[in-house]
Design a binder for this molecule. Structure first.
Ligand code: AMP
Ligand code: GLY
Length: 423
């Protein structure tokens, strides 16, 4: 088969890495890809948002399967447009992708289907949002309803902060149209975890549960980032809890969408808070999570291409999937200054001298004058899979020691919560 992966980050490198192991793969393309992906796929310089050009590329190269990495093209309806051309695409249709594209839609959907989530209100009018603040206790959470590249969620400690946030989102349009509608919600307490479910709308396969590390600094301090590392499995998701999540959240989500006439096909990401009163949904994403995917796919033993084709064919029900024992961990190497401003173009050395067993997924790299250089805030996802989490961690951090670039920054405590829990 000829496969095209759309996107350019660590998630897409991981998807390419796993797809490249398939016996059924003949040719792998990635648009636009990055310097690491270029080692395993033919990178084509078409941006992930350019649906028309991507469609032309699929026709010219006779692509058999398109795998869409990022949310923006999914929310814009890439799957609808490609299916109309007879192309096979892994990902949800535009209507189902609203689960991520509109937080207001997702909250109303959850309320309508009795899916546990934080209590909330939705506001399009700034004055009404302001007067509603009196109905909540602090801290509370204010979210821009539309896509805001992971930056549209603000936890407000007091009324002052909430007023400023509402003004920035609804009056100053800090997130553009994404902030025209806001969700105000109860602040949940607990441990977070991510479930990635591959589904054809009726049947599903849950991949290994994982945990992201959103804060920049050790001990979950500092500003929020796109994710500084991940590991799988996340022991907070016990087998009992997994069953409860499937029963109370995943299945009602799939049947709720089916009732709308909008069966979900692709990877459904459920971001959860494990509260004292059980698991509650923080967010849905209509795609593989990043960096979680970098730790989750190395735990998958079965062929990913087979799994994706079974999904797009709607025959996941009789598809068997196997996983590796042990654990996988990804430690993100970031550029100094991230998530604020940072310099690009720093030469990266040591990529070829990481110990055996370490996989380096590229997130923000480019090739310049025959050298691999930094080109993003999150640069690399240094990953290892092993029979124990501690081994995987030791391996990943030894990979990190081997790699250098000016301003290299990383968290030193990835997965420590799991290590502490496991004793
Ligand atoms: P979201 O994009 O909705 O997942 O929000 C991003 C991050 O904000 C989550 O991963 C949580 O860390 C935090 N967050 C979102 N909603 C809540 C909430 N209701 N209570 C506490 N933290 C939240
Ligand atoms: N790790 C969270 C996300 O992919 O949005």
């Amino acid at each position: 088969m000829k496969v095209l992966v759309v996107g350019s980050g660590g998630r897409e490198h991981t998807l390419c890495w796993k797809l490249a192991q398939s016996r059924k793969l003949d040719e792998l393309y990635c648009a636009p890809g990055n310097a690491g992906i270029a080692g395993i796929a033919k990178c084509v310089p078409v941006s992930a948002d350019n649906i028309s050009e991507l469609k032309a590329l699929c026709k010219i190269e006779e692509i058999d399967l398109v795998v869409v990495g990022p949310e923006a093209p999914l929310v814009a309806g890439i799957v609808d447009r490609f299916q109309a051309e007879g192309l096979r695409v892994f990902g949800p249709l535009k209507d189902a992708a609203q689960l991520e594209g509109s937080k207001a839609f997702a909250k109303k959907f959850m309320a309508g289907n009795n899916i546990p989530t934080a209590s909330f209100g939705i506001y399009q009018d700034h004055d009404k949002a302001l007067s509603a603040l009196g109905n909540y206790t602090f801290p509370l959470v204010i979210k821009a309803s539309g896509l805001a590249a992971g930056k549209g969620v603000i936890i407000c400690a007091d009324r002052n902060e909430a007023e400023t946030t509402l003004c920035e989102m609804m009056i100053d349009s800090r997130f553009g149209d994404a902030g025209a509608s806001v969700v105000i919600e109860e602040c949940l307490e607990g441990e977070e975890a991510s479930i990635l479910a591959i589904t054809d709308g009726r049947d599903y396969v849950c991949l290994t549960p994982s945990q992201d590390h959103k804060r920049l600094l050790d001990g979950d301090e500092g500003p929020n980032t796109g994710g500084m590392g991940a590991y799988a499995p996340a022991p907070v998701i016990t087998p009992d809890l997994q069953a409860r999540i499937e029963e109370d959240i995943l299945i009602p989500t799939l049947t709720g969408l089916e009732k709308r006439g909008s069966e979900y096909s692709g990877c459904l990401y459920i971001g959860l808070m494990i509260t004292a009163s059980g698991p509650k949904v923080l967010e849905y994403n209509c795609r593989f999570g990043d960096p979680e995917t970098q730790a989750v796919l190395p735990m998958l033993k079965s062929d990913l291409l087979d799994l994706m084709v079974a999904t797009t064919d709607g025959r996941l029900g009789d598809h068997q999937v196997e996983f590796h024992d042990g654990a996988a961990v990804t430690v993100v190497l970031a550029s100094g200054g991230y998530p604020g401003s940072y310099e690009k173009g720093k030469p990266i050395t040591g990529l070829d001298s990481v110990p055996e067993g370490v996989i380096v997924f590229h997130a923000g790299t480019a090739e310049k004058d025959n050298q691999i250089v930094t080109s993003g805030g999150r640069v690399l996802g240094v990953t290892a899979q092993s029979e124990s989490l501690q081994n995987a961690l030791d391996l990943a951090y030894s990979g990190i020691d081997a790699i250098e670039f000016e301003g290299k920054f990383f968290r030193k405590d990835i997965a420590q919560r799991a290590i502490a829990r496991n004793g």
